[in-house]
Design a binder for this molecule. Structure first.
Ligand code: NAD
Length: 245
């Protein structure tokens, strides 16, 4: 059994109906946190016991956070995990063919979605001088890979900038802000890309395998737990050495 490093902490994890987000919610709960999972897909939300919430919908975010506070108490830990990476027949859209609506949606979910949660939850953290925020970036936000499209890479890079800036702004209030940058992790999002893409990444990855959602979840637990008390503004690669940016 995991040590109760997160006992007494209330956590919100977005996009927690499956994949990495579900693993983060489970790992935080295993370490003693009281966890609220937010999820936009109704079927996944129902199956995971999550609160139905599209992070791009500011009113829905505000309502979900109010419900979490009423049911679990003030939120200490925010994990902005929800993210999308649209593909067409398994391929990322080249910029010259990209539908503007797809660009807008990826920015709204991956970047503005994270800001919507931070906007709603940071005032309480500041008031209590207590908070841990982790943003889900990606190796694709640090280095070029043709596997993803430009909207996805732009949002994941922006999350690193947001992380650094807010670490500076919120640090004096007792809040840490960090990011994780996973490499290729075996989840439904990655399965949709097909075996050849994954094999190519594995060949370029020094540890010669895909990562697991649990391995990303443990990095998030480190960044939100007592062992990382003096760590802020950082982006931790969880990538088996892929890209090594
Ligand atoms: P996934 O598609 O398996 O899971 C994402 C979850 O987020 C799904 O349950 C989905 O319904 C939910 N979601 C999507 N849009 C949402 C919204 N607007 N509001 C709330 N929930 C929403 O993906 P995953 O592989 O588990 O990825 C999770 C995060 O990790 C994403 O931010 C992704 O960009 C990032 N990431 C993944 C990998 C990887 O290899 N899998 C690598 C680097 C970064």
């Amino acid at each position: 059994m995991a040590a109760a490093t997160h006992a007494g902490r209330v956590a919100v994890v977005t996009g927690a109906g499956r994949g990495i987000g579900a693993a983060i919610a489970a790992e935080l709960a295993a370490r003693g946190a009281r966890v609220a999972a937010l999820e936009a897909d109704p079927a996944l939300a129902a199956a995971a016991g999550a609160i139905l919430c599209d992070v791009a919908d500011r009113a829905a975010v505000d309502a979900a956070c109010a419900r979490v506070e009423a049911e679990l108490g003030p939120v200490d830990i925010l994990v902005n995990n929800a993210g999308i990476s649209p593909k067409h027949d398994g391929k990322a859209a080249p910029v010259q063919e990209m539908d503007p609506a797809e660009w807008d949606r990826v920015l709204a979910v991956n970047l503005t979605g994270a800001w919507n949660l931070i906007r709603r939850l940071s005032p309480g953290m500041v008031a209590r001088r207590r908070g841990w925020i982790v943003n889900q970036s990606s190796i694709a936000g640090k280095a070029y890979t043709p596997i993803v499209a430009c909207h996805y890479a732009a949002t994941k890079a922006a999350l690193i900038g947001l992380t650094r800036h807010l670490a500076g702004e919120l640090g004096p209030h007792g809040i840490t802000v960090n990011a994780v940058a996973p490499g290729r992790i075996a989840t439904p999002m990655v399965a949709a890309a097909g075996g050849a893409t994954n094999a190519a990444v594995v060949a370029e990855t020094p540890l010669r395998r895909l990562g697991t959602p649990e391995e990303v979840a443990r990095a998030v637990c480190f960044l939100t737990g007592p062992d990382a008390a003096f760590v802020t503004g950082q982006t931790l690669d969880v990538a088996g050495g892929w890209m090594m940016t």
